[in-house]
Design a protein. Structure first.
Length: 226
């Protein structure tokens, strides 16, 4: 689950509330910047939960490698780096990740086809596959991609063994928000997602769904039926 909050007190409260309902917690730039990464990771680690450090590193290889080591030393479960930082940066991440899972961010799920073409000069399916091949070459554990690229990844033998971490997941009862390439949790799992990331539908569910715990429980129940 994405802990997209600003204050560590809110993050701890939510993590305590939902620890039994979700498989882990993704901490992103807002919380990490406002409160400080070591403090946030330390506080959540005391709860015994899995932590996905969503720093999305994108820099020169030396910096990516050093940042990866700093995060791995905190004892996180998973961390990520942009595949667009290049093969050498990905290799530096792998070299320094220790026991953490390292996944390569391919194309952000907030980007639609037109925006992806503006940035990368190709449609999402083409760029995601290319970035996935870089991830394999570098020795990364997996990729972050939208659910719409899952089938294409599974169809290519050279990348099908990568773990797939999938944001842009929205239950049918939730608004898409700023996500462009979305899919329901159950559909994403059917397409081959290993891990799905859900944030706002749980953090701020519609009144008809209930509170955060009820929203998370409803998603778990839907997935259990697959």
């Amino acid at each position: 689950m994405a802990l997209d909050v600003r204050l560590i007190s809110d993050a701890i409260k939510i993590a305590e509330e939902l620890a039994g309902e979700v498989g882990g917690f993704k901490i992103g730039l807002e919380l990490l910047t406002s409160e400080g990464a070591p403090r946030v990771v330390s506080a959540l680690s005391q709860l015994g939960v899995r932590i996905f450090y969503d720093g999305k590193f994108n820099d020169i290889p030396n910096t990516v490698g050093a940042a990866t080591k700093a995060v791995a030393d905190l004892g996180v479960w998973m961390l990520d780096v942009h595949a667009s930082s290049g093969i050498d940066a990905l290799r530096a991440c792998v070299h320094n990740k220790a026991s953490a899972l390292a996944v390569a961010v391919t194309v952000l799920t907030s980007l639609g086809d037109d925006r992806v073409a503006d940035i990368f000069g190709a449609p999402p399916s083409v760029k995601v596959l290319r970035f996935a091949r870089l991830a394999v070459e570098a020795g990364m554990d997996g990729v972050v991609c939208s659910p719409h690229e899952l089938l294409a990844l599974k169809e290519h033998r050279e990348v099908r063994d990568l773990l797939t971490v999938v944001p842009g997941v929205r239950p049918s009862w939730a608004a898409a928000g700023d996500q462009a390439r979305v899919m329901t949790p159950s559909d994403a799992v059917r397409q081959g997602a290993d891990y799905i990331v859900v944030g706002r539908p749980i953090l701020a569910p519609p009144p008809t769904i209930g509170n955060r715990k009820e929203a998370a429980s409803r998603i778990r129940e839907d997935l259990a039926e697959q």
